[in-house]
Design a protein around this ligand. Structure first.
Ligand code: CP
Ligand code: NVA
Length: 316
């Protein structure tokens, strides 16, 4: 991929709530900017100088929290962490989401939030005239998907026509992969049990954008068909945060979707294995694959930081 000298902020929507806000051209520019952030971090050392960003987390996190905290501070900004992980401190319980947002905008210059319900992010964005970034919701995880495509572009070059297979739960990560695959011209094949397919609205949007970008978005139920010839195979937890009550049922339904050596053998010989982490060895992926030579999961984790810094540079 080309590392450009792109340092001027790209003009985009003021928030990143889903990953569908940006045009195909802007999405590609964001990946180019991420490469520049990675290659020349010094250029971005004062982007957030004097700025405070609230990190609101209703769910646990390792990667997202650390990469935002380190990323923001490395750009000269400061973080205010608001821990809402205890049920007793759930957002909207003590005061309305709108009131939280209206107060925050008086003190901080941006909000990064991990929430149970996408509508909470939308309500915050509607009530605070500062950028709101989705750090994972029940529906989307755009920072993750952007880092994933940045990782693939680093390893394989241009993404147009790239064959990516996603196997397992049609969840938040899957929805964001669809939005971004469509915008980046990727051929994405998704295999899930029929009752755990990704959001039909997201698939419809992906197919609409795909007509313009020559991407291809296919949804099926057979994991072998999805993985066949793929250059990357992606999976995620069978039970996402917030769905713990369904864990037993899910473990049984998703068993045929486990990514193991046998399933990986159907992919292209130099295919990579991807996972947003945290992973569950022996469930959605076997240890041989997760910890094996094809795995790029730690590159995905590392790249979260550069992509998020590019997002911050763009929105601030
Ligand atoms: N992939 C990801 O978002 O990890 P965390 O839940 O640890 O933030
Ligand atoms: N789908 C997972 C992703 C975790 C980063 C979840 O929502 O729990």
């Amino acid at each position: 991929m080309t590392t450009t000298t792109l340092v001027a902020p790209i003009s985009l929507s003021n928030d990143l709530l889903t990953g569908a806000e940006w045009s195909p051209a802007h999405t590609r520019e964001l990946l180019q900017l991420s490469a520049d952030v990675k290659a020349r971090p010094g250029r971005y050392a004062s982007t957030l100088s004097g700025k405070f960003i609230a990190l609101i987390f209703e769910k646990p996190s390792l990667r997202t929290r650390v990469t935002f905290e380190v990323g923001i501070q490395s750009m000269g900004g400061s973080v205010v962490f608001l821990d809402h992980t205890q049920a007793s401190a759930s957002l909207g319980a003590r005061e309305s989401i709108a009131d939280v947002a209206r107060n925050l905008e008086r003190w901080v210059q941006g909000i990064v939030a991990r929430v149970y319900h996408q509508r909470v992010l939308e309500e915050m964005a509607a009530n605070a005239n500062i950028p709101v970034i989705n750090a994972l919701s029940d529906k989307f995880h755009p920072c993750q998907a952007l880092a994933d495509f940045f990782t693939l572009e680093e390893k394989f070059g241009a993404l147009r026509g790239f064959k990516l297979a996603y196997v397992g739960d049609g969840n938040n990560v899957c929805n964001s992969l669809i939005y971004l695959a469509a915008r980046l011209g990727v051929h994405l094949r998704i295999a899930t049990p029929a009752e755990y397919a990704p959001s039909p609205e997201v698939v419809a949007d992906g197919k609409r954008v795909a007509r313009e970008t020559k991407a291809k978005i296919e949804v099926m139920t057979d994991p072998r068909e999805a993985v066949s010839g793929a250059m990357a195979v992606y999976t995620d937890s069978w039970t996402s945060m917030g769905f713990e009550a369904e864990e037993k049922v899910r473990s049984a339904v998703f068993q045929p979707y486990q990514v193991n050596v046998e399933l990986m053998s159907l992919a292209a010989p130099d295919a990579v294995f991807m996972h947003c982490l945290p992973a569950h060895r022996g469930c959605e992926v076997t240890p041989e694959v997760l910890d094996g030579p094809q795995s790029v999961v730690l590159d995905q984790s590392e790249n979260r930081m550069y992509v998020q810094k590019a997002i911050l540079h763009t929105l601030f």
